[in-house]
Design a protein around this ligand. Sequence first.
Ligand code: SAM
Ligand code: SF4
Length: 337
Amino acid sequence: MTGSIRSDAASVRLEDGHGRRFEYLRLSLTDVCNFRCSYCLPDGYRKAKGAPANLSVDEIRRLVSAFAALGLWKVRLTGGEPTLRAEFLDIAAAVAAVPGVRKIAVTTNGYRLAARAQSYADAGIGAINISMDSLKPDRFHAITGHDRLNEILAGIDACRAAGIASIKLNSVLLKGLNDDELDDFIAFVVQHDLVLRFIEVMRTNDNPDYFAAHHLAGTFVANRLEGLGWQRQARQPGAGPAIEYANPHGPGRIGIIAPYSKDFCASCNRLRVSATGKLHLCLFGDAGIDLRPLLQRDGQQDELVERLQRLVATKAPAHLLHQGNSGATPHLASIGG
Ligand code: SAM
Ligand code: SF4
Protein backbone atom coordinates (compact mmCIF):
# COMPACT_ATOMS: atom_id res chain seq x y z
CA MET A 1 0.00 0.00 0.00
CA THR A 2 1.29 3.51 -0.70
CA GLY A 3 0.40 6.75 1.05
CA SER A 4 -1.64 9.30 -0.85
CA ILE A 5 0.15 12.42 -2.02
CA ARG A 6 -2.31 15.30 -2.18
CA SER A 7 -1.54 18.63 -3.69
CA ASP A 8 -4.91 20.39 -3.90
CA ALA A 9 -4.97 23.20 -1.31
CA ALA A 10 -8.17 22.00 0.36
CA SER A 11 -6.79 18.62 1.32
CA VAL A 12 -3.07 19.18 1.76
CA ARG A 13 -2.05 17.03 4.66
CA LEU A 14 0.47 14.54 5.88
CA GLU A 15 -0.66 10.98 5.75
CA ASP A 16 1.07 7.63 5.45
CA GLY A 17 0.18 4.46 3.63
CA HIS A 18 -1.50 2.97 6.70
CA GLY A 19 -4.17 5.60 7.21
CA ARG A 20 -2.31 7.54 9.89
CA ARG A 21 -2.41 11.34 9.77
CA PHE A 22 0.32 13.52 11.20
CA GLU A 23 -0.49 16.84 12.81
CA TYR A 24 2.11 16.76 15.56
CA LEU A 25 5.84 17.44 15.27
CA ARG A 26 8.39 16.72 17.96
CA LEU A 27 11.29 19.00 17.24
CA SER A 28 14.59 18.53 19.01
CA LEU A 29 16.48 21.77 19.64
CA THR A 30 19.71 20.24 20.88
CA ASP A 31 21.11 16.87 21.88
CA VAL A 32 22.98 18.52 24.76
CA CYS A 33 21.75 17.73 28.25
CA ASN A 34 22.95 18.69 31.69
CA PHE A 35 21.32 15.67 33.43
CA ARG A 36 22.60 12.11 33.46
CA CYS A 37 19.44 10.03 33.58
CA SER A 38 20.49 6.45 34.08
CA TYR A 39 18.35 5.13 31.17
CA CYS A 40 19.32 7.90 28.75
CA LEU A 41 22.76 9.52 29.26
CA PRO A 42 24.22 7.69 32.27
CA ASP A 43 27.71 9.07 31.60
CA GLY A 44 26.49 12.54 30.75
CA TYR A 45 26.42 14.28 27.38
CA ARG A 46 29.40 13.86 25.06
CA LYS A 47 29.64 15.86 21.89
CA ALA A 48 30.07 13.69 18.81
CA LYS A 49 33.09 14.58 16.68
CA GLY A 50 32.23 16.53 13.55
CA ALA A 51 28.57 16.89 14.50
CA PRO A 52 26.75 19.43 12.29
CA ALA A 53 25.43 22.64 13.84
CA ASN A 54 21.91 22.78 15.22
CA LEU A 55 19.20 24.27 13.03
CA SER A 56 19.12 28.06 13.30
CA VAL A 57 16.01 29.98 14.26
CA ASP A 58 15.38 30.77 10.57
CA GLU A 59 15.81 27.14 9.54
CA ILE A 60 13.35 26.11 12.24
CA ARG A 61 10.86 28.74 11.05
CA ARG A 62 11.07 27.38 7.47
CA LEU A 63 10.76 23.79 8.66
CA VAL A 64 7.71 24.44 10.83
CA SER A 65 6.11 26.59 8.13
CA ALA A 66 6.30 23.68 5.69
CA PHE A 67 4.79 21.26 8.21
CA ALA A 68 2.06 23.80 9.04
CA ALA A 69 1.27 24.10 5.32
CA LEU A 70 0.56 20.37 5.55
CA GLY A 71 -1.93 20.80 8.37
CA LEU A 72 0.37 20.29 11.31
CA TRP A 73 -0.74 22.41 14.27
CA LYS A 74 1.11 21.13 17.34
CA VAL A 75 4.85 21.39 17.92
CA ARG A 76 6.70 19.97 20.90
CA LEU A 77 10.17 21.35 21.61
CA THR A 78 12.37 18.64 23.06
CA GLY A 79 15.95 17.39 23.12
CA GLY A 80 18.40 16.74 24.92
CA GLU A 81 17.36 19.52 27.21
CA PRO A 82 15.67 22.05 24.90
CA THR A 83 15.79 24.88 27.41
CA LEU A 84 19.60 24.83 27.29
CA ARG A 85 19.51 26.32 23.77
CA ALA A 86 20.56 29.95 24.12
CA GLU A 87 17.87 30.89 21.56
CA PHE A 88 15.17 28.82 23.29
CA LEU A 89 12.72 31.70 23.77
CA ASP A 90 13.37 33.08 20.27
CA ILE A 91 12.68 29.64 18.82
CA ALA A 92 9.45 29.25 20.81
CA ALA A 93 8.29 32.70 19.68
CA ALA A 94 9.23 31.98 16.04
CA VAL A 95 7.30 28.70 16.07
CA ALA A 96 4.33 30.40 17.77
CA ALA A 97 4.25 32.98 14.98
CA VAL A 98 3.95 30.38 12.18
CA PRO A 99 0.40 30.57 10.76
CA GLY A 100 -1.49 27.37 11.57
CA VAL A 101 0.50 26.45 14.68
CA ARG A 102 -1.99 26.40 17.55
CA LYS A 103 -0.10 24.65 20.32
CA ILE A 104 3.52 24.81 21.44
CA ALA A 105 4.59 22.31 24.04
CA VAL A 106 7.94 21.65 25.65
CA THR A 107 9.37 18.58 27.36
CA THR A 108 11.94 19.52 29.96
CA ASN A 109 13.89 18.10 32.86
CA GLY A 110 12.73 21.16 34.80
CA TYR A 111 16.12 22.84 35.02
CA ARG A 112 15.64 26.44 36.24
CA LEU A 113 11.92 26.09 35.56
CA ALA A 114 10.81 28.01 38.63
CA ALA A 115 12.67 31.10 37.47
CA ARG A 116 11.79 30.74 33.79
CA ALA A 117 8.18 29.52 33.66
CA GLN A 118 6.77 33.01 33.09
CA SER A 119 9.14 33.68 30.20
CA TYR A 120 8.08 30.38 28.62
CA ALA A 121 4.41 31.35 28.87
CA ASP A 122 5.19 34.80 27.46
CA ALA A 123 6.95 33.19 24.47
CA GLY A 124 3.76 31.28 23.62
CA ILE A 125 4.39 27.92 25.30
CA GLY A 126 1.01 26.59 26.38
CA ALA A 127 1.90 23.06 27.41
CA ILE A 128 4.77 21.68 29.42
CA ASN A 129 5.81 18.12 30.28
CA ILE A 130 8.21 17.88 33.19
CA SER A 131 10.20 14.72 33.76
CA MET A 132 10.17 13.49 37.34
CA ASP A 133 11.16 9.92 38.05
CA SER A 134 10.99 9.95 41.84
CA LEU A 135 9.26 11.79 44.65
CA LYS A 136 12.19 11.08 46.96
CA PRO A 137 15.07 13.57 46.73
CA ASP A 138 17.84 10.95 47.12
CA ARG A 139 16.27 8.68 44.47
CA PHE A 140 15.75 11.60 42.13
CA HIS A 141 19.43 12.41 42.57
CA ALA A 142 20.48 8.82 41.95
CA ILE A 143 18.42 8.51 38.74
CA THR A 144 19.20 11.90 37.19
CA GLY A 145 22.59 12.78 38.69
CA HIS A 146 21.08 15.98 40.10
CA ASP A 147 19.78 16.81 43.55
CA ARG A 148 17.02 19.04 42.18
CA LEU A 149 13.68 17.48 43.09
CA ASN A 150 12.59 20.44 45.21
CA GLU A 151 13.51 22.83 42.39
CA ILE A 152 11.32 20.84 40.03
CA LEU A 153 8.39 20.86 42.44
CA ALA A 154 8.75 24.64 42.69
CA GLY A 155 8.84 24.72 38.88
CA ILE A 156 5.43 23.01 38.70
CA ASP A 157 3.97 25.72 40.96
CA ALA A 158 5.61 28.40 38.82
CA CYS A 159 4.05 26.95 35.65
CA ARG A 160 0.63 27.12 37.28
CA ALA A 161 1.24 30.70 38.42
CA ALA A 162 2.36 31.61 34.88
CA GLY A 163 -0.94 30.31 33.50
CA ILE A 164 0.52 27.47 31.39
CA ALA A 165 -2.67 25.63 30.50
CA SER A 166 -1.38 22.08 30.26
CA ILE A 167 1.11 20.80 32.83
CA LYS A 168 2.01 17.12 32.74
CA LEU A 169 4.58 15.01 34.51
CA ASN A 170 6.55 12.26 32.79
CA SER A 171 7.83 9.37 34.90
CA VAL A 172 9.78 6.37 33.70
CA LEU A 173 8.89 3.51 36.03
CA LEU A 174 11.90 1.26 36.58
CA LYS A 175 11.93 -2.21 38.09
CA GLY A 176 13.98 -2.22 41.30
CA LEU A 177 14.68 1.53 41.16
CA ASN A 178 11.41 3.40 41.67
CA ASP A 179 8.55 0.93 41.09
CA ASP A 180 7.85 0.91 44.83
CA GLU A 181 6.75 4.56 44.41
CA LEU A 182 3.79 3.77 42.15
CA ASP A 183 1.22 4.38 44.92
CA ASP A 184 3.01 7.57 45.98
CA PHE A 185 2.88 8.87 42.40
CA ILE A 186 -0.82 8.05 42.17
CA ALA A 187 -1.47 9.84 45.48
CA PHE A 188 0.58 12.82 44.25
CA VAL A 189 -1.55 13.10 41.12
CA VAL A 190 -4.75 12.97 43.18
CA GLN A 191 -3.50 15.48 45.73
CA HIS A 192 -2.30 18.00 43.15
CA ASP A 193 -4.93 17.45 40.42
CA LEU A 194 -2.18 16.74 37.92
CA VAL A 195 -1.78 14.71 34.77
CA LEU A 196 1.06 12.20 34.81
CA ARG A 197 2.36 9.90 32.10
CA PHE A 198 4.16 6.71 33.02
CA ILE A 199 6.56 5.83 30.22
CA GLU A 200 7.84 2.30 29.83
CA VAL A 201 11.61 2.37 29.64
CA MET A 202 12.59 1.83 26.01
CA ARG A 203 15.51 -0.12 24.75
CA THR A 204 17.98 1.93 22.71
CA ASN A 205 21.37 1.04 21.26
CA ASP A 206 23.17 2.25 24.39
CA ASN A 207 21.08 0.65 27.14
CA PRO A 208 20.28 -3.05 26.42
CA ASP A 209 21.54 -4.33 29.80
CA TYR A 210 19.82 -1.55 31.70
CA PHE A 211 16.63 -2.26 29.79
CA ALA A 212 16.81 -5.98 30.59
CA ALA A 213 17.30 -5.24 34.28
CA HIS A 214 14.72 -2.48 34.76
CA HIS A 215 12.00 -2.71 32.12
CA LEU A 216 8.53 -2.89 33.59
CA ALA A 217 5.45 -3.39 31.40
CA GLY A 218 2.73 -0.74 31.44
CA THR A 219 0.28 -3.43 32.58
CA PHE A 220 1.88 -3.15 36.05
CA VAL A 221 0.51 0.41 36.28
CA ALA A 222 -2.78 -0.41 34.55
CA ASN A 223 -3.53 -3.27 36.96
CA ARG A 224 -2.88 -1.09 39.99
CA LEU A 225 -4.99 1.79 38.68
CA GLU A 226 -7.88 -0.53 37.86
CA GLY A 227 -7.56 -2.08 41.33
CA LEU A 228 -7.97 1.40 42.78
CA GLY A 229 -11.08 2.09 40.71
CA TRP A 230 -9.50 4.31 38.04
CA GLN A 231 -11.32 4.10 34.74
CA ARG A 232 -9.73 3.50 31.39
CA GLN A 233 -10.86 6.18 28.94
CA ALA A 234 -12.01 5.54 25.41
CA ARG A 235 -9.49 6.69 22.84
CA GLN A 236 -10.41 10.01 21.27
CA PRO A 237 -10.05 10.27 17.49
CA GLY A 238 -6.60 11.64 16.65
CA ALA A 239 -5.25 11.01 20.18
CA GLY A 240 -1.68 9.74 20.55
CA PRO A 241 -0.63 6.34 21.80
CA ALA A 242 -1.04 6.96 25.56
CA ILE A 243 -3.61 4.80 27.36
CA GLU A 244 -5.52 7.21 29.62
CA TYR A 245 -7.04 6.56 33.03
CA ALA A 246 -9.37 8.90 34.94
CA ASN A 247 -9.57 9.11 38.70
CA PRO A 248 -13.17 8.55 39.84
CA HIS A 249 -12.73 10.98 42.74
CA GLY A 250 -11.09 14.02 41.13
CA PRO A 251 -9.64 15.64 38.02
CA GLY A 252 -6.20 13.93 38.17
CA ARG A 253 -5.37 11.79 35.12
CA ILE A 254 -2.75 9.14 34.46
CA GLY A 255 -1.56 7.99 31.07
CA ILE A 256 0.57 5.00 30.17
CA ILE A 257 2.96 5.07 27.23
CA ALA A 258 3.70 1.45 26.51
CA PRO A 259 5.59 1.05 23.23
CA TYR A 260 5.86 -2.71 23.74
CA SER A 261 2.10 -3.13 23.95
CA LYS A 262 0.06 -4.54 21.11
CA ASP A 263 -1.11 -1.97 18.54
CA PHE A 264 1.00 0.87 19.99
CA CYS A 265 2.04 1.99 16.51
CA ALA A 266 -1.50 1.97 15.10
CA SER A 267 -2.23 5.30 16.78
CA CYS A 268 1.10 6.95 15.98
CA ASN A 269 0.36 10.60 15.17
CA ARG A 270 3.82 12.15 15.44
CA LEU A 271 6.91 12.84 13.42
CA ARG A 272 10.31 13.86 14.71
CA VAL A 273 12.99 16.18 13.46
CA SER A 274 16.39 16.14 15.13
CA ALA A 275 18.27 19.25 16.22
CA THR A 276 20.36 19.09 13.04
CA GLY A 277 17.37 18.76 10.70
CA LYS A 278 16.98 15.00 10.16
CA LEU A 279 13.45 13.68 9.75
CA HIS A 280 12.81 10.54 11.80
CA LEU A 281 9.70 8.72 10.75
CA CYS A 282 9.95 6.48 13.82
CA LEU A 283 11.69 6.82 17.18
CA PHE A 284 13.15 3.38 16.55
CA GLY A 285 13.97 3.86 12.90
CA ASP A 286 17.10 4.51 10.91
CA ALA A 287 19.58 7.37 10.93
CA GLY A 288 17.07 9.96 9.67
CA ILE A 289 16.63 11.85 6.42
CA ASP A 290 18.44 15.16 6.05
CA LEU A 291 16.04 18.05 5.38
CA ARG A 292 18.64 20.77 5.81
CA PRO A 293 19.35 21.36 2.10
CA LEU A 294 15.74 22.56 1.81
CA LEU A 295 15.91 24.79 4.90
CA GLN A 296 18.80 27.08 4.16
CA ARG A 297 16.96 29.82 2.30
CA ASP A 298 13.43 31.09 1.82
CA GLY A 299 11.60 30.14 -1.38
CA GLN A 300 11.94 26.34 -1.09
CA GLN A 301 8.76 25.60 0.80
CA ASP A 302 6.89 23.94 -2.06
CA GLU A 303 9.78 21.56 -2.64
CA LEU A 304 10.01 20.80 1.08
CA VAL A 305 6.26 20.19 1.35
CA GLU A 306 6.39 17.75 -1.52
CA ARG A 307 9.43 15.98 -0.06
CA LEU A 308 7.74 15.64 3.33
CA GLN A 309 4.63 14.15 1.75
CA ARG A 310 6.66 11.62 -0.23
CA LEU A 311 8.76 10.63 2.79
CA VAL A 312 5.88 10.33 5.22
CA ALA A 313 3.99 8.16 2.75
CA THR A 314 6.73 5.54 3.24
CA LYS A 315 6.48 5.36 7.05
CA ALA A 316 6.66 1.74 8.22
CA PRO A 317 3.55 0.30 9.86
CA ALA A 318 5.27 -0.53 13.17
CA HIS A 319 8.57 -0.57 14.99
CA LEU A 320 10.61 -3.77 15.29
CA LEU A 321 11.18 -3.69 19.05
CA HIS A 322 9.64 -7.11 19.52
CA GLN A 323 12.29 -8.55 17.23
CA GLY A 324 14.96 -6.94 19.43
CA ASN A 325 15.59 -4.22 16.84
CA SER A 326 15.47 -0.74 18.39
CA GLY A 327 16.80 0.98 15.27
CA ALA A 328 19.78 3.29 15.04
CA THR A 329 18.95 5.49 18.04
CA PRO A 330 21.80 5.45 20.58
CA HIS A 331 19.67 7.16 23.28
CA LEU A 332 16.54 9.28 23.18
CA ALA A 333 18.48 12.51 23.82
CA SER A 334 19.99 12.11 20.35
CA ILE A 335 16.79 12.64 18.37
CA GLY A 336 14.36 14.00 20.93
CA GLY A 337 12.33 11.51 22.95
N1 SAM B 1 15.47 16.42 28.62
C1 SAM B 1 14.07 16.50 28.56
C2 SAM B 1 13.41 15.63 29.58
O1 SAM B 1 14.06 14.77 30.15
O2 SAM B 1 12.20 15.82 29.81
C3 SAM B 1 13.51 16.19 27.17
C4 SAM B 1 14.14 15.06 26.41
S1 SAM B 1 13.90 13.46 27.12
C5 SAM B 1 14.72 12.45 25.92
C6 SAM B 1 12.17 13.20 26.82
C7 SAM B 1 11.52 12.11 27.65
O3 SAM B 1 12.08 10.88 27.26
C8 SAM B 1 11.75 12.22 29.16
O4 SAM B 1 10.50 12.20 29.82
C9 SAM B 1 12.57 11.02 29.50
O5 SAM B 1 12.27 10.52 30.77
C10 SAM B 1 12.18 10.06 28.40
N2 SAM B 1 13.20 9.05 28.11
C11 SAM B 1 14.51 9.21 27.83
N3 SAM B 1 15.10 8.03 27.56
C12 SAM B 1 14.13 7.08 27.70
C13 SAM B 1 14.10 5.66 27.53
N4 SAM B 1 15.17 4.96 27.19
N5 SAM B 1 12.93 5.04 27.73
C14 SAM B 1 11.81 5.75 28.06
N6 SAM B 1 11.78 7.07 28.21
C15 SAM B 1 12.93 7.74 28.04
FE1 SF4 C 1 18.67 14.61 29.72
FE2 SF4 C 1 16.10 14.21 29.35
FE3 SF4 C 1 17.91 12.29 28.71
FE4 SF4 C 1 17.44 12.89 31.27
S1 SF4 C 1 15.97 12.03 29.79
S2 SF4 C 1 19.45 12.65 30.32
S3 SF4 C 1 17.05 15.03 31.18
S4 SF4 C 1 17.68 14.25 27.73
